[in-house]
Design a protein around this ligand. Structure first.
Ligand code: GLN
Length: 304
């Protein structure tokens, strides 16, 4: 039996001793205001025991972590038809890169880079009756927490400076891979990225990925094959051009966001969320990655 609490305490203490390198994301102006000294870790095991250390009940902008959740809802809506619109290969490129999109005729490399997530947002805008409200209730149901909401200020802030995402959406439109209006799709996308959650809520939401598609209340949302696919994508594409490094150092499927959050998981075992806003050059939380590397080394638990 692992003593997760003791491990988290050790990791928190040790990682705080390392220099706090990297920078808080500033290309979304609202995110630049967050203190870079925040640091929290929360772990939820398959038996639903919870372990916590640091700032793990303070909410932050989950940003790209939301891409796993929008993909999940899109698979619930149209399942395998998703793969006609987006590929499943790692990009090896930064999250907002556009060059491959042109080379590959408007089919994004995978659903976890921005262009791919914008295609997924387009699917949801088509499939859902009230896209923003329905997506939010999906997340609230998964987490069993009605207090989860969007951060309108962050969504607005990103809309003002999201030039690359407008460029991506327009390119997708020009290749016929965007059905709805660019404005409507990006309004949905900026809102999904603005989801305001803490590490505890993230673990609660991601529980279905360690529990074969069943949420904490034991309701089935996705089947085992869908979970297999999404976990595989988190492993190969969850950290953009640092997916190899994350697999090498940590050895778990996971997903990062420029708000400084990371969720990682070991199927049938545990799900862990970290938050530390200072990002490395690839846009992933520097302390979060260090903490997760320590965790899988100390516990000897990884998919490898
Ligand atoms: N909303 C952000 C963007 O589109 C998400 C990026 C991220 O978290 N990596 O740029």
């Amino acid at each position: 039996m692992q003593d997760f609490q003791q491990h988290l305490d050790t990791i928190h203490r040790d990682v705080l001793k390392l220099p706090n390198t990297g920078n808080v994301a500033s290309y979304i102006p609202e995110l630049a205001a967050v203190s870079n000294s925040k640091f929290g870790i929360h772990l939820l095991d398959i038996q639903k025991n919870k372990y916590a250390v640091g700032d793990c009940t303070e909410r932050f902008s989950i940003q790209s972590i939301s891409k796993v959740l929008s993909l999940s809802l899109a698979m619930r809506c149209i399942n395998e038809a998703v793969w006609k619109r987006v590929d499943v290969e790692p990009s090896g490129d930064p999250f907002n890169h556009l060059s491959l999109l042109e080379l590959e005729d408007g089919i994004p490399r995978n659903p976890l880079i921005n262009a791919g997530a914008i295609v997924i947002a387009d699917i949801l805008v088509s499939e859902l009756e009230n896209p923003k409200a329905d997506f939010l209730s999906f997340i609230r149901d998964l987490a069993n927490d009605p207090s989860i909401s969007y951060d309108e200020k962050v969504a607005k802030s990103e809309r003002k400076t999201g030039f690359k995402n407008f460029a991506a959406a327009n390119l997708l439109k020009s290749y016929g891979n965007l059905t709805n209006d660019v404005e409507d799709v990006l309004d949905f996308y900026f809102h999904q990225c603005s989801l305001h959650m803490n590490c505890v809520q993230l673990c609660d939401t991601f529980y279905l990925f360690i529990n074969r598609g069943k949420c904490k209340r034991n309701k089935t949302y996705l089947n085992i094959n869908q979970i297999k696919r999404i976990n595989a994508l988190m492993l190969t594409c969850g950290f953009y051009d640092e997916a190899g490094e994350f697999a090498f150092e940590v050895g778990l499927p996971g997903k990062s966001g420029v708000g400084g959050g990371i969720v990682a998981l070991l199927p049938n075992n545990f799900c862990v969320a970290t938050w530390s806003p200072a990002l490395n050059k690839k846009g992933n939380s520097a302390r979060g990655m260090a903490a997760l590397e320590h965790l899988t080394t100390l516990t000897e638990l990884s998919i490898f």
